[in-house]
Design a protein around this ligand. Structure first.
Ligand SMILES: Cc1cc2nc3c(=O)[nH]c(=O)nc-3n(C[C@H](O)[C@H](O)[C@H](O)COP(=O)(O)O)c2cc1C
Length: 200
């Protein structure tokens, strides 16, 4: 029982300009508000004149590290330099993520950001990737470009809305089957055999 890891989202010092949410009048209740991460250590942002406290900084990751033996996963890394800082702050894994491209427009696709991050990390810690994983082939390509694992956001949410827990199981089964098919069709019998040479 209990938590197996702690995942800290580090790509959201504040909420992005979410036009569709604004038009729909969507609001997250204050009670659900989570601390924001600010990697410049300034501690304070001013947006629209109102100061916003950025509660989390790199030293806070080190502090969290000192509190727990659980693996710490930092979610929302795109820059190899930040991957390096994550490792030196004690992270056990990182998630290459652009927050589902729903926070800051014009960010690169995570699959394009992955190779440089993987090169810098050089196998020291696992790299997870998310953003646009929709088919088993997306999983295959992610691993080929240096990911250890992938995560999904919207696919399981859609599956949940349509089919409840059975729907989520079905979603994961589909991805697994597509992934295994893609492995077979590229002649890979184990995940360890999935390397960059697979990319056309
Ligand atoms: C409705 C919704 C809510 C989300 N809320 C959070 C959140 O609270 N914290 C977080 O780190 N990421 C959040 N994300 C981003 C996801 O964790 C994930 O990075 C992203 O959805 C992956 O991209 P994909 O949806 O293309 O698979 C949210 C995404 C969606 C669609």
């Amino acid at each position: 029982g209990g938590a197996k890891a702690i995942c800290v989202t580090v790509d959201m010092p504040t909420l992005g300009d979410r036009r569709r949410q604004m038009r729909a009048g969507f609001k997250i209740p204050d009670a659900l508000a989570t601390p924001y991460f600010n990697d410049r250590n300034t501690g304070l942002f001013k947006i629209g004149g109102s100061p916003k406290r950025a509660i989390l900084t790199w030293p806070d990751v080190e502090w969290l590290r000192s509190l727990t033996a659980l693996p710490i996963v930092l979610k929302g890394i795109l820059d190899p330099e930040d991957a390096e800082l994550a490792i030196s702050s004690g992270a056990d894994a990182i998630v290459v993520s652009n927050h589902g491209a729903r926070n800051l427009d014009t960010l690169p696709a995570t699959i394009d950001a992955l190779p440089a991050v993987a090169e810098r990390v050089a196998g020291r810690i696992p790299i997870i990737i998310d953003g646009g994983i929709r088919r088993g082939t997306d999983v295959l390509k992610s691993i080929a470009l240096g990911a250890t694992a992938v995560m999904i956001g919207r696919p399981y949410v859609y599956a949940l809305a349509l089919g409840g827990s059975d729907g989520v199981r079905h979603c994961v089964d589909l991805l697994r089957r597509e992934f295994e098919t893609a492995m077979a069709l590229t002649g890979r019998t184990s995940i360890g055999e999935i390397d960059r040479s697979l990319i056309w």
